[in-house]
Design a protein around this ligand. Structure first.
Ligand code: ATP
Ligand code: MG
Length: 394
């Protein structure tokens, strides 16, 4: 009797909940700790199916679990224990650790459940998981902002080195111009000087014929100097990105014939420019000023680098939505080793001897061609002539 009272006192004062059920799952006893957890008084639950203390789906399945165990002896909880969820009277659900033992008592079987509330542990776990996730987020954030900073730094570095490179190129270009100019300007300047002295002399003699001849020479030398300066100005404008093509429609044949008229005047003795246009279409759409500059440069080279009594072939063609312009001569050609440098500013091939030139013409031609989305190609053999073709999408 003494020990029965002790046992009762232990159960009544236990911190964990203790519930016993019969073989059919009906609640036989419930201790105060379990009552507090589930928010019921003993009177409200004794005699009821234990499943009233379970949320779905255990609630619907519990009878089945019990029957299966009694049929097969295959236990999922009894003697094992596991984490499950309980349903309080107010409808809320809480986690607890359930240990179930089977007791043989005065000829029948009862099941004894020990309920250890896990709400606080789970909350703490949840909080910990939250902190960890937040921390991870923070780390991710910091890393990505760090990555962004590194990328921005890299971009800034590239920009600086790019503009430095550009600056270097420009100053190289300028110094090359100075050395070219001091060389190329000397010939026309001394020609002007000489002609001026001679004009002075001829004017004393009233020799008008010779005076006129030297005035023409001065004019020619000044024209040369102006064209060199113009080329350099074009280059500077191109370098600064100040050249924008202005597209307009025009008749390519009329345009070409005007250029020939102009260029035929500066051709050598018996150097004949022969023009032909191929294709039924003759309307082109490009920047006329830029295209004219390109063609004048190409024909100018053909004149300069081929001899007297030769033909210079000048062809235009509109086909496959493209305009092709070809200038072909039978002149000195370009040595193979020099060909790869041809389009660099100030570059001149080694076989130019004392033919004057600055090496700017083709550089400007390629840049203008590129600005109009065109392409430039050439073929050349030493002493067998040269052919340049520029083509533009139409
Ligand atoms: P300029 O700036 O006065 O035109 P340039 O004629 O020397 O000077 P580019 O027109 O750029 O310069 O030509 C570069 C070089 O290419 C020339 O110096 C020459 O060596 C070579 N070249 C160009 N066209 C021809 C050609 N038709 N035949 C032979 N060589 C040529
Ligand atoms: Mg040239």
């Amino acid at each position: 009797m003494e020990s029965a009272a002790l046992l009762k006192a232990i159960i009544e004062n236990a911190i964990d909940g203790i519930i016993t059920i019969d073989e059919r799952g009906h609640i036989e006893s419930i201790n105060p700790a379990a009552c507090a957890l589930f928010q019921y008084t003993p009177g409200e639950v004794i005699g009821k199916n234990i499943s009233v203390l379970m949320p779905s789906p255990d609630r619907e399945n519990h009878d089945g679990y019990l029957a299966r165990y009694q049929r097969t002896g295959d236990a999922h909880i009894i003697g094992i224990g596991r984490e499950v969820r309980g349903l309080k009277k107010d409808g809320s659900v809480f986690p607890f650790r359930l240990g179930v033992s089977q007791v043989q008592y005065s000829g029948r079987i009862i099941y004894n459940g020990f309920i250890h509330d896990l709400t606080r542990e789970k909350d703490a776990e949840e909080k910990l998981r939250g902190y960890a996730a937040k921390l991870e987020e923070l780390v991710e954030e910091r890393t990505s902002s760090l990555k962004e900073t590194v990328l921005a730094l890299q971009a800034a570095k590239e920009e600086v080195s790019l503009s430095l490179e550009k600056e270097k190129e420009l100053s190289q270009l300028k110094s090359r111009f100075v050395s070219m100019a001091s060389h190329e300007f000397r010939t026309p300047l001394s020609a002007i000087q000489l002609s001026a002295v001679l004009i002075e002399k001829y004017s004393a003699q009233k020799d008008n014929e010779n005076i006129a001849k030297h005035i023409a020479k001065i004019k020619n030398a000044v024209r040369n100097l102006t064209s060199i300066l113009n080329d350099f100005l074009s280059l500077e404008k191109l370098e600064a990105g100040k050249v924008e093509p202005v597209y307009a429609e025009f008749d390519i044949v009329k345009f070409a014939e005007d250029i020939i008229e102009e260029m035929q005047m500066v051709a050598k003795q018996n150097q004949l420019i022969v023009y032909e246009h191929t294709g039924t279409e003759s309307l082109a759409k490009l920047d006329q000023a830029l295209l004219k500059n390109c063609i004048i440069n190409l024909i100018g080279n053909a004149i300069k680098y081929s001899g007297e009594n030769t033909f210079i072939e000048f062809n235009t063609e509109i086909a496959d939505k493209q305009l092709f312009v070809t200038v072909k001569d039978n002149g000195i050609g370009i040595p193979e080793n020099d060909q790869k440098h041809l389009f660099e500013a100030f570059f001149r091939a080694h076989n130019t001897g004392n033919i004057p030139g600055t090496g700017l013409g083709l550089n400007i031609v390629t840049r203008y061609t590129n600005l109009m989305n065109g392409k430039i190609k050439f073929q050349s053999k030493v002493n067998k002539g040269t052919s340049f073709t520029i083509s533009f999408p139409q």
